[in-house]
Design a protein around this ligand. Structure first.
Ligand code: OAD
Length: 272
């Protein structure tokens, strides 16, 4: 591969020629910012830059299990803003769904908890929610499930829910993965999949949280890893076949779709 071939057009050609048909996509908060959901680490607009009001020792503490155990209120103060609903998937979400409809998606690995991939129509079995989701909630002590309607109520009222088991009374938390917690088994069951991919597309993530950040390294040498992101991250660009598309991911997927001859189809799908 020469430098000139490291373009979206070259990637589109691989797809059109049928040489890329097992695509893994890896995403983070940046694919949802145009839906109106802040990411975590962007200066000024990111969630972590705007948590002064919660008086945390450091911004990430709001998602640390050890901090939560002693002080769950900051998380519940924020949970209302993080809770899924009222947001419309972006064209980037639709693009992932389009890949699936064309039989080209091997798996989506997402760090997002906003459920917008499902909202865009992607079936659950295509998604690895590496950092969990708000779909379930349970006690952090006895792991007993907690009713969904009571969780919604707690979030609405910014109150802290406790386990309903008589002798427990532990803190209840949505099953989103906090720092200090194990990722879902689903992640570990699928984490070898990138090695089977013939194309990898990474979008809207700073690749700063392990073990997710290591996923692109599992792609085989010679398999193009395309980074569509505001900034260069995670050492993508270090391999000869890496493709950097720096800028807005909605623009990036539109360009890729156009190069594949799918732009109209994509726009229609997103408009629905
Ligand atoms: P970050 O906020 O760390 O990174 C978002 C990335 O997306 C940054 O590199 C931005 O430059 C980029 N970005 C933002 N808007 C974009 C746009 N419209 N187009 C293209 N790029 C854009 O978010 P994540 O990488 O998802 O974990 O963060 C990883 C994990 O850290 C999260 O899952 C969360 C957090 O702590 C937990 O809560 C456990």
């Amino acid at each position: 591969q020469t430098l000139e071939s490291r373009t979206l057009e070259a990637v589109a050609k691989l797809i059109k020629d049928g040489r890329a048909s097992q695509i893994v996509v890896m995403t983070g908060a940046g694919i949802s910012t145009s839906a109106g959901i802040p990411d975590f680490r962007s200066p000024d607009t990111g969630l972590y830059a705007n948590l002064a009001r919660l008086n945390l020792p450091q911004a990430e503490a709001v998602f640390e299990i050890s901090y939560f155990r002693n002080n769950p209120l900051p998380f519940y103060t924020l949970a209302q803003e993080l809770y899924p609903g009222n947001y419309r998937p972006t064209i980037t979400h639709s693009f992932i769904n389009l890949l699936h409809n064309k039989g080209l998606l091997l798996k989506l690995f997402t760090q997002n908890i906003d459920c917008l991939e499902r909202e865009a129509g992607l079936p659950g079995e295509m998604i690895v929610e590496a950092h969990g989701s708000f779909a379930r909630q349970s006690c952090i002590e006895c792991k007993c499930p907690y009713p969904h309607d009571l969780m919604q109520k707690a979030i609405r009222e910014k109150s802290v829910p406790h386990c309903l088991q008589d002798s427990c009374n532990g803190l209840v938390k949505p099953e989103i993965v906090f720092f200090g917690e194990q990722l879902p088994t689903q992640f570990f069951m699928n984490k070898a999949l990138p090695a089977e991919a013939d194309l990898c597309i990474i979008m809207g993530t700073s690749l700063s949280v392990q073990p997710f950040a290591s996923l692109p390294q599992f792609c085989s040498e010679g398999v193009p890893r395309v980074l569509i992101n505001q900034e260069q991250v995670g050492g993508i660009g270090s391999r000869t076949d890496d493709v950097l598309v720096l800028g807005d991911c909605d623009d990036g997927v539109r360009k890729l779709a156009e190069a594949c001859g799918w732009l109209e189809e994509l726009e229609e799908m997103w408009a629905k």
